[in-house]
Design a protein around this ligand. Structure first.
Ligand SMILES: Cc1cc2nc3c(=O)[nH]c(=O)nc-3n(C[C@H](O)[C@H](O)[C@H](O)COP(=O)(O)OP(=O)(O)OC[C@H]3O[C@@H](n4cnc5c(N)ncnc54)[C@H](O)[C@@H]3O)c2cc1C
Length: 338
């Protein structure tokens, strides 16, 4: 049934990552008729969790998040009470983040509390999906005018539906592709560039270290590593290490075979951490084309076509998980007040 026939304002949301889901939940609560589309099999976007062998999993996108804005702090407190997120590292277990260089710990890295989804990073987005109408494995390729509404088209040009309002909640380049018919808003989107990231996922049969659970890596083509199995609620039978490469190295090795890339990342991991090399049980790779915005906007929400097409995402809201949340939230506010 076309949502308009239900007599309420219909909203089509493209993207079931954090920003799209927050906007969809807020608008649903306020009585809008919302449909979410995502090209993937599951929800979460870059707050992703990859299932692996031996009943294990890796958070191979976002690693943890912080909360500073009061609106997000309130939401995180709610998730903490519900068991959807927990703090990590856990100081009561002597867990810590460090900065590593040339095999040596330079210093401990402390900041405001850091949070992760439990039992997996994608739990946050799964919790936000409850009660929403989400059409998964549905790629939208274009948004077009359709009389006084907007129509979403799929990859063969067929109509997915028509909506009174459309929210585009994808990374910047994908948003620009979707909005070719709306040059004014497209021009604003094209100001933002996003960097790629190669991720390697390593499974080992014994713990690597008791010195750290996450490490920022200096003087290396790797930027970050984490022992995923030390996060709360994870299967800790195996040592599961996630390693991220820098945007520059990822760019240079974008087209290289995954096996070659993950082997090179593993060798560099042993060097920069100073841990004696050992043979992994499993080694997988994943490349993120649009990982982090180089210079995110601070608008929270971009508006076009008399405020009826709106764009949100981490790159609009000031970057990262908190920025994505605030952007989705501000976009819902924008629609409900318009
Ligand atoms: C490797 C990596 C490490 C990171 N580390 C951290 C970290 O430690 N801390 C932190 O705070 N943040 C981190 N981030 C960033 C964080 O993951 C993002 O800021 C946040 O998840 C973005 O949410 P979003 O809703 O804006 O976008 P996304 O999560 O990208 O969601 C967009 C959704 O749109 C869908 N989509 C795209 N195009 C289409 C289309 N045409 N049709 C239908 N669906 C479409 C995608 O499938 C996706 O589900 C990291 C990201 C990566 C990749």
């Amino acid at each position: 049934m076309n949502p308009v026939s239900r007599g309420r304002t219909s909203v089509g949301v493209i993207g079931a990552g954090l920003s799209g889901l927050v906007a969809a939940q807020e608008l649903t609560k306020q009585g809008f008729c919302v449909t979410v589309f995502d090209k993937s099999r599951g929800v979460g976007g870059r707050m992703a969790t990859r299932r692996a062998d031996h009943e294990t999993s890796f958070d191979h996108g976002a690693q943890y998040f912080t909360a500073r804005d009061p609106i997000f702090v309130t939401q995180v407190d709610h998730w903490l009470k519900k068991g959807v997120v927990a703090t990590w590292p856990d100081a009561s277990k002597q867990q810590r983040f460090v900065v590593l260089k040339d095999g040596l710990i330079q210093r401990e890295s402390r900041s405001v509390p850091r949070y992760v989804g439990t039992p997996a990073m994608n739990s946050v987005c799964k919790a936000l999906s409850v009660g929403l109408e989400i059409k998964k494995q549905t790629r939208v390729t274009r948004v077009v005018h359709a009389a006084d509404q907007f129509e979403l088209l799929d990859d063969v040009g067929a109509s997915l539906d028509k909506f009174d309002r459309v929210i585009v909640a994808t990374p910047a380049e994908q948003a620009a592709d979707l909005l070719v018919d709306f040059p004014k808003i497209k021009k604003q989107i094209e100001k933002v560039e996003m960097s790629p990231c190669w991720a390697a996922m390593v499974t080992l049969d014994a713990p690597l270290t008791d010195q750290w659970v996450g490490a920022f890596l200096h003087d290396s083509f790797l930027s970050w590593t984490a022992r995923n199995n030390t996060k709360p609620g994870r299967n800790s039978t195996y040592e599961q290490v996630i390693v991220h490469a820098t945007p520059e190295w990822t760019d240079t090795h974008w087209e290289s075979p995954s096996e070659e890339v993950t082997q090179a990342m593993l060798q560099e991991f042993w060097r920069v951490t100073g841990i004696q090399p050992r043979h992994p049980i499993a080694l997988q790779g994943h490349r993120w084309k649009y990982a982090i915005a180089n210079e995110p906007l601070l608008d929270r929400c971009l508006k076009g076509e008399h405020d009826r097409i709106l764009v949100c995402g981490d790159w609009v809201g000031g970057s990262r998980v908190e920025g994505a949340f605030l952007s989705g939230w501000a976009t819902a506010e924008q629609i409900s007040h318009s």
